[in-house]
Design a protein around this ligand. Structure first.
Ligand code: ATP
Length: 472
């Protein structure tokens, strides 16, 4: 390339930018050794002052033992130590849960604060890109407290002024790996005040057996059905009433366990008649075993479409009855809550060779998902490929579950923009962990990691009545 010398001005790196003729830089001066020593001494004094505040019980015990050794000699110290050990042992044996809360978890928290977080805080945060620079100084979020629950560490942090919890949310994967945790969750407590929750081990690594169901159908909460566990060990509850749910995952990712755990959680209401499942099972493998549980069941495309269309007709009849008298649905035996369970929805909407079947199925699903929520109709669908060409109705499902996916780009297609950046790495789910998924819970923008319980064939047979089959 020929450069036109007349039109190009060569700028030296040291040349002031014309708009700022004088550049101010902070002078670098060697720090005198006395100042460094004074700083270390200050830090030691601070530690000595803060230690009794942070660990009052341990400091008191240590000081007491020292005083005893000073006054009574080594024998008195040995006796006191033995007595203390006996007291601790009896406490642990008689009141195990209180002992765990008051002693074990606190000691563990102190250890984890120092060994895992304090020691690695700076390198992990700097490498993760969470260190901020201002006036040539580096500023890091500050650890305020580390507390342990039986399953996880909760690190309370003060953010650097000018940063937001969203900056930390985007680095959750880096933080989890940096501190050796299977995942990380961010909880906002107030301005610049967040809690980072790190589970100590992956509670979702082992399969979860079918969850117990209540005996009394009144105890079935259609807005919070227990269907698995979250990675902090708590129950994963799925809302069905007033929403529609789309479960997406590659073959073998465990879509069946989401469908069956939901049906199992509903089963007392199904037996009582306050809820119904209308099942569409194109593969004839997934739902056929429990068909006696279903009010209606279809396994061919013609029957599936007529089942969907009769769901639409029932829904519209109910809406007409409610119009002007009632604004929301309460499940009763006369107006049961109807869940249309659709396994492999793309078979009807995209892959079926008959264009008319595809059109009718899509129309019916669109009508049910757009009008069914307030009158007690819910669609629970399973799908392998989340692309728009396969299911262009996916946005009509307010709640979505992302099981293992093929590609990183599919995560945001399922869970919405930014879900992957906020830690929903559904494309990285271990293939040996079927049923593990990411979901958005309680309207939170942060996706949670969950695992559906595995409902075995024996569990399905045990909850299925041997009545006349409702096949379309
Ligand atoms: N929650 C779970 N916990 C443990 N194992 C599971 C779970 N879900 C499924 N599995 C195991 O993974 C296998 C595949 O699961 P499943 O058939 O539900 O996958 P899928 O996503 O429905 O696949 P496909 O689309 O091919 O039907 C099951 O046979 C079962 O052994």
């Amino acid at each position: 390339m020929v450069r036109d010398r007349a039109s190009v001005t060569e700028v030296q790196p040291t040349t002031p930018v014309p708009a700022h003729t004088i550049r101010f830089t902070t002078p670098v001066m060697p720090t005198p050794a006395i100042l460094i020593l004074a700083r270390w001494t200050g830090q030691l004094v601070r530690l000595a002052v803060l230690l009794p505040v942070r660990f009052p019980l341990a400091t008191l015990t240590g000081l007491g033992l020292l005083a005893l050794a000073h006054a009574g000699g080594w024998l008195a110290l040995a006796l006191a130590g033995t007595a203390l050990a006996v007291v601790v042992g009896v406490g642990a044996w008689r009141w195990p849960s209180a002992f765990r809360r008051v002693v074990t978890l606190r000691v563990l928290a102190a250890w984890r604060w120092w060994w895992v977080y304090q020691r690695n805080w700076q390198p992990v945060l700097v490498v993760a890109g969470l260190a901020e620079s201002y006036h040539q100084r580096r500023w890091l979020p500050r650890i305020r407290q580390v507390a342990c629950t039986p399953q996880s560490d909760r690190v309370r942090v003060t953010l650097v002024a000018g940063t937001a919890p969203g900056d930390v949310e985007q680095r959750m994967a880096e933080l989890a790996h940096g501190f050796g945790a299977p995942s990380c969750r961010v909880e906002v407590c107030g301005p610049r005040d967040v809690v980072l929750e790190f589970p100590r081990r992956d509670l979702l690594a082992a399969p979860i057996g079918a969850l117990p169901v209540p005996d009394d159908p009144q105890d079935v909460d259609l807005a919070a059905l227990p269907i698995g566990r979250r990675d902090d060990g708590s129950l994963w509850r799925l809302r069905l009433h007033g929403t529609h749910v789309l479960t997406v995952g590659v073959t073998g990712s465990g879509k069946g366990s989401v469908l069956w755990s939901t049906i199992r959680a509903l089963s007392p209401a199904l037996h009582a008649g306050t809820a119904q499942v209308w099942a569409i099972d194109p593969k004839r493998m997934e739902l056929a075993l429990g068909r006696d549980l279903f009010a209606r069941y279809a396994d061919t495309s013609d029957h599936a479409v007529s089942l969907l269309e009769s769901a639409v007709a029932d829904m519209q009849e109910r809406a007409e009855r409610y119009a002007g008298t009632q604004r929301c649905h309460v499940a009763t035996t006369t107006d049961p809550f109807v869940v249309v369970v659709l396994d492999e929805v793309a078979f009807l909407t995209a892959y079926h060779p008959d264009r008319d079947i595809r059109r009718r199925a899509e129309n019916a699903i669109a009508t049910l998902t757009s009008q069914g929520r307030s009158v007690g109709f819910c669609v629970l669908a399973a799908l392998q490929d989340p692309r728009k060409e396969v299911l262009n109705l996916r946005n009509l499902f307010p709640d979505k579950i992302a099981l293992r996916l093929d590609e990183a780009t599919q995560v945001d297609m399922v869970l919405g923009d930014g879900a992957r950046d906020r830690g929903a790495t559904a494309h990285l789910i271990n293939p040996t962990h079927p049923g593990v998924a990411f979901v958005r819970l309680d309207g939170s923008p942060i996706p949670a990691r969950v695992r559906a319980a595995y409902v075995a064939d024996t569990d399905i047979t045990a909850m299925t009545p041997t009545s006349t089959r409702g096949v379309d």
